[in-house]
Ligand binder design. Structure first.
Ligand SMILES: Cc1cc2nc3c(=O)[nH]c(=O)nc-3n(C[C@H](O)[C@H](O)[C@H](O)COP(=O)(O)OP(=O)(O)OC[C@H]3O[C@@H](n4cnc5c(N)ncnc54)[C@H](O)[C@@H]3O)c2cc1C
Length: 457
């Protein structure tokens, strides 16, 4: 986009706004997913709600779009669709969390990461429905649904959002809740981040959980067939108090890693069980009978749950693919083993199955009513070089394709880092309502989102 000198000074006058060539522009545009290159017309790094509003008004006044972003975990789709006419609004300097222990709520400022919320809540014996990684932002995660290790017991994180404060396309600040702008509030809970405005605060419910039985069981990948079959059988009649994941993990040799990970290929089951110690041990017994090499399941402070999944501690270049599975019969396990098991040599970081069902499969509050599937598949490759990017692209696709016969046909937006049809995440009536809400708050499509609800359709 060609901006005149007057245009650029309008943008710069709105706050910390950097243009291509400015010192700091390159650094400010780097997302969490280092494989993605973002080249927006400008990047803003606001430090206040007023600044967000000024930036939105300056951008729309110049006919530009606005792309909100907290971490850039989900940056791939935004960048694919070009940001050449957009101001990327990076929210990482606008953070903070306030806990109301009596009401059991947290007010989380726009760009805040889960780790900060989890730590603040734990000081009051409370927990939040965070995901597996502490450096994912609350805003993008919760607006996209939010699948946590509390999920089968407590449902989607979006269902526990109480209010959202956002700067809309006209630069105004509004609060959406059950009482105010209730249609927009419905849409924000699970409709996908970035579609309705720049979120400057989210108010969420906390749960009275001070500690949980959490941890992992680990085997060499050569045990994948028997462990996967046992886990699939185990999940079939598991109480909703347990939410777990099974992954095939491959680690390169790395002296910085603990020896049980460095250079190893593994099968790992991890998650949380919201039961007393005796009942949790009873539930874990069938998995423990498989004689894991490492077993860390124990009662831990709730704040420790954000670390059990061992997600990368910081930004990485990665490509991924995803599918929702209706079922995991032996034939599906064989299909997974054929493309990602111990007998194949592939550049894959993780092939993961998250167990769904329970409260995730019952009506939740908001636009994303449920996760339609028994398991969510997520396959991810680290891609430090262009060659590995192409290979990772191919291998993650091959895993999703191999399991295609068992898909529910649905999609979970938070796990979809490729271009997908976002309608597949919702039923027809909810999608039509989402488009209506988008039309009413952003009729010209000012906001650019990872998973776009197009107001013109
Ligand atoms: C290592 C890793 C682990 C993960 N684990 C889980 C998990 O356990 N459960 C789960 O459900 N998901 C998980 N995810 C997926 C993650 O929840 C999504 O990628 C989510 O969209 C990230 O939100 P973000 O704000 O950090 O990312 P971003 O890329 O910054 O944003 C994602 C989307 O939200 C929008 N958005 C972000 N901030 C704002 C804002 N302030 N206002 C308006 N819109 C905004 C963006 O426009 C974009 O459309 C994981 C991802 C990674 C990389």
């Amino acid at each position: 986009m060609n901006l005149s000198l007057t245009d650029t000074s309008t943008l710069r006058g709105a706050g910390t706004v950097l243009l291509p060539g400015d010192p700091g522009y390159e650094a400010a545009t780097v997302p969490w997913n280092l494989a993605v290159v973002q080249r927006p017309a400008a990047v803003a790094v606001p430090r206040s709600t007023d600044e967000v509003a000024r930036v939105v008004r300056a951008a729309t006044g110049l006919g530009m779009r606005v792309a909100p972003q907290s971490t850039g975990h989900g940056a791939a789709m935004l960048a694919n669709r070009s940001l050449a006419d957009a101001v990327l609004v990076r929210m990482h300097e606008l953070t903070g969390v306030t806990i109301d222990p009596a009401a059991r709520t947290a007010r989380v400022v726009g760009g805040t990461l889960w780790r900060d919320v989890v730590t603040a809540a734990a000081a009051h014996g409370l927990a939040a429905l965070h995901g597996s990684a502490g450096d994912v932002a609350v805003a993008g995660y919760a607006l996209g649904g939010g699948l946590s290790f509390y999920g089968r017991a407590h449902g989607l994180a979006s269902s526990h959002v109480r209010a959202v404060e956002l700067v809309t396309a006209d630069g105004g600040l509004i609060r959406a809740s059950a009482e105010e702008h209730s249609d927009l509030f419905w849409a924000l809970r699970g409709g996908g981040g970035g579609n309705f405005g720049v979120v400057v605060a989210v108010e969420i419910d906390l749960i009275p959980v001070a500690d949980v039985v959490g941890g992992m069981l680990l085997w060499d990948l050569s045990r994948a067939r028997e462990v996967t079959r046992a886990w699939a059988r185990w999940t079939a009649d598991l109480p909703e108090s347990a939410t777990t994941s099974l992954r095939y993990l491959r680690f390169p040799p790395d002296p910085a890693m603990p020896p049980f990970l460095s250079g190893r290929s593994l099968v790992v089951i991890d998650g949380a069980i919201l039961e007393d110690d005796e009942r949790a041990a009873e539930l874990l017994a069938p998995l423990r009978s498989l004689d894991p090499e490492i077993d860390t399941f124990a009662r831990i402070p709730a704040a420790g749950l954000v670390d059990v999944h061992m997600d990368p501690p910081g930004p990485v270049p990665a490509v991924s693919d995803h599918a929702m599975l209706a079922d995991l019969p032996d034939a599906a396990i064989e299909a997974l083993l054929a493309v990602a098991g111990p007998d194949v040599d592939i550049p894959l970081m993780a092939a993961e199955l998250r167990h769904l069902g329970g409260a995730l499969a019952r009506p939740n509050r908001g636009a994303l009513t449920l996760l339609d599937g028994a398991f969510a598949l997520f396959a991810v490759s680290a891609t430090p070089t262009p060659e590995l990017a192409a290979a990772g692209e191919a291998v993650t696709r091959s895993i999703a394709s191999a399991l295609a016969p068992w898909t529910s046909g649905s999609t979970f937006l938070n796990f979809a880092e490729r271009e997908i049809d976002p309608r597949t995440a919702f039923d027809d009536a909810d999608w039509a309502r989402l488009v209506e809400v988008r039309r009413s708050v952003d009729p010209t499509g000012v906001f650019a989102a990872a998973h776009a609800i197009d107001p013109r359709r």
